[in-house]
Design a binder for this molecule. Structure first.
Ligand SMILES: Nc1ncnc2c1ncn2[C@@H]1O[C@H](COP(=O)(O)OP(=O)(O)OP(=O)(O)O)[C@@H](O)[C@H]1O
Ligand SMILES: [Mg+2]
Length: 633
């Protein structure tokens, strides 16, 4: 085999080798290199003593001690242009790439590698396709260098490249400046023709361009984010100093107070974390934000609700019976049922049974017996009237997004009781309506259903509240208008109207003592004759309950009191049948009795309504007709 001659340089068949880490030498460009390893230094010295030609071969790895297997097959023959020896024995050299060469066989490994290599110059076609690819590559290269993502590409290089005519040289220059991975550089070095090299390079450049685009977007996004964060930080700082100026710092103290209140409110975990989250939102809000006051109100509600507060319940049946008897006359069936209910409750602890519904005409003591039940149990009493309620939000609250939103009546009731186990009277459930604003009874169902009321959801609170300790009692005047689903959950206790006799006793033993107390009278100073009481019951009231009776009695008492106050001599007074008429006017209702003697054509009828009954006589009148029977209904 003979030596090669390229560009007037005679290239010997056997060449010393310097292995390169992390770099590839390309033909027709000058590259600075550091020669450090003993084998490399030996090879350099050998070359310097001869023709200054070395075969530079890239390693597949970055090991220091390598064997021939670690080297790629193709390298570049380089001529050492300058050498600068460094004190530590290594050298900094400039090398000019001459030509590519493929190793055919290694001839020596020590003290340095030598190999027989065959140069194989690049194939240049100089056709249109090659020119087009070259131009395209240069263009792309220019754009990415202008994007400044390659600090290695100096404007001089671009300028230089524009001046060059040699395709191989341009290819080399672009490749080393593109920051490609070593494998890719080596691949381009090994390609047969310049056209293949340009093609390959184009792929890299296009990909590089895409990466630059993506990077640009990321950078823009990051800049935006940082800008926003900085702005927020700046504003917050500014706000702090403004608040300090305005003396709003005490509010910080308030923040801590709220925090400790939240901690001591006995909330369930989930509620507490919600409250703390809202509190921190509040802390971040500038105090002039209108939402601050809404948020404060919300937190106040959360804090004030009795999440864990309970009154200690004592169920003493004897005592309960006594209290019920103390406040109400008669109603034996009702009282008995209530005592039974309490007995079961005492047995079970927490009664998941039906809800009591007291049904009866007005004034029969439904509401007031509810109060007595609470008294008998030693629990707090709350009463919410549902009459005329049409909006579901009344029961369940409005969402916080509404201005002036508040929790619904159930939560309000529990809130006003201050404990989570009050006796809760839902009055007049027969008078709730339903329209486009939703069905309040649906929300009531959830509150009353023992299976689901341990997590009653109120729109305003947004967190569930446990109603399972509440003793719900409902009242109604009639059953018909109670929605069936609701009625299904209720245990009905009927309150029949009172008889005349019962009314008399109620008036004498319960209403009068109460009225005396209310009017600041002594029992001695005003006496009612029994006949006067009967008269009032019979001739001045007509009702199933005793509310009107109470009103009439109060009216009499007021008038007598006025008299007593006006006359300095009279210290006592007695109300008789006569004086009743003086005070209350003539009898409003006449009392009809059944005829004692049967008459022809007259029959005695009995009328019944929930508010009372009456006896009446029906008389037949004989008139001429046409002999036909007409049914009128
Ligand atoms: N059996 C009774 N013993 C003593 N007082 C009674 C009795 N029944 C009713 N009262 C008195 O009658 C008044 C009216 O009763 P209450 O307000 O409880 O009626 P109600 O059944 O709730 O009527 P409404 O259906 O109109 O709400 C109260 O002052 C109550 O103390
Ligand atoms: Mg009532």
């Amino acid at each position: 085999m003979s030596d090669y001659k390229i560009n007037n340089i005679l290239i010997p068949e056997a060449l010393p080798i310097i292995a390169l880490k992390n770099t590839v030498l390309f033909p027709k460009i000058v590259a600075p290199l550091i020669v450090q390893r003993p084998k490399s230094v030996a090879a350099l010295d050998h070359a310097l003593s001869r023709d200054k030609l070395v075969l530079f071969m890239t390693q597949r790895n970055i090991e220091d001690n390598i064997s021939k297997k670690d080297l790629y097959d193709v390298g570049t023959v380089g001529r050492i242009v300058s050498v600068f020896k460094l004190p530590d024995g290594s050298s900094k050299i400039d090398v000019e790439g001459i030509t590519r060469a493929r190793v055919e066989s290694f001839t020596q490994e020590s003290p340095f590698f030598t190999a027989k290599a065959r140069p194989f110059p690049i194939i240049l076609r100089n056709n249109l396709e090659e020119k087009a690819f070259l131009r395209q590559a240069i263009d792309q290269f220019k754009t990415i260098s202008e994007a400044r993502s390659f600090p290695t590409i100096l404007p001089e290089i671009i300028y230089m490249m524009m001046q060059l005519k040699d395709t191989e040289q341009i290819l080399s220059l672009m490749t080393v400046n593109l920051n490609l991975e070593i494998e890719s550089q080596q691949k381009i070095l090994e390609l047969e023709s310049a056209l293949d090299g340009l093609r390959e390079l184009n792929v890299f450049i296009v990909r590089e361009k895409q990466i630059i685009e993506a990077e640009k977007n990321v950078a823009k996004e990051t800049k935006k984010q940082i800008g926003k964060m900085q702005k927020e930080l700046f504003l917050r700082e500014q706000l702090k100093s403004i608040e300090k100026e305005l003396g709003m710092e005490e509010e910080k103290g308030e923040f801590d107070v709220l925090k400790s209140k939240i901690a001591s409110a006995g909330m369930p975990k989930a509620v507490e974390s919600k409250a703390l989250k809202e509190l921190s939102r509040l802390g971040k809000m500038p105090s002039f934000n209108p939402e601050v006051s809404y948020l404060r109100t919300y937190l106040d509600w959360l804090i004030d609700l009795p999440w864990a507060k309970k009154t200690k319940e004592k169920i003493d049946l004897k005592e309960a019976e006594k209290i019920l008897d103390q406040d109400h006359y008669g109603l034996n069936k009702v009282k008995e049922r209530i005592i039974e209910y309490l007995a079961v409750q005492k047995q079970v602890g927490k009664l998941k049974g039906p809800i009591l519904c007291l049904v009866g005409p007005p004034g029969t003591g439904k509401t007031s017996i509810g109060q007595s039940i609470a008294k008998a149990l030693g629990r707090k009493f709350v009463r919410v009237s549902l009459g005329g309620l049409r909006d579901e939000a009344e029961i369940r609250g409005h969402r916080r997004t509404y201005v002036g939103a508040l929790p619904g009546r159930i939560v309000q009731g529990v809130h006003s009781a201050g404990v989570k186990n009050p006796v809760f009277m839902l009055d007049e459930i027969d008078k709730i309506g339903m329209d486009f604003r939703g069905d309040p009874s649906a929300a009531l169902l959830e509150a009353l259903d023992p299976q689901q009321n341990n997590a009653f959801s109120d729109h305003y609170l947004e967190v569930p509240f446990d109603l399972s300790d509440v003793l719900f009692i409902t009242t109604a005047n009639v059953l018909d208008t109670i929605p069936p689903a609701l009625r299904d959950r209720l245990e009905i206790i009927e309150f029949p109207g009172y008889s005349e006799d019962e009314k008399f006793h109620i008036a004498k033993n319960f209403l009068l003592p109460k009225l005396y107390r209310d009017h600041g009278l002594k029992k001695k100073s005003l006496a009612f004759e029994d006949s006067a009481l009967v008269d009032i019951v019979r001739k001045h009231t007509r009702e199933a309950g005793v509310r009107d009776l109470e009103r009439q009695l109060a009216s009499v008492i007021r008038k007598v009191t006025k008299k007593l106050v006006e006359s300095p001599t009279n210290k006592t007074a007695t109300v008789t049948e006569d004086t009743v008429h003086k005070y209350l006017g003539p009898a409003k209702y006449s009392h009809q009795m059944a005829e004692t003697k049967d008459e022809i054509g007259v029959v005695t009828g009995l009328g019944w309504t929930p508010v009372g009954g009456e006896v009446f006589a029906i008389e037949v009148v004989k008139i001429p007709g046409r002999g036909k029977l007409i049914l009128t209904g």
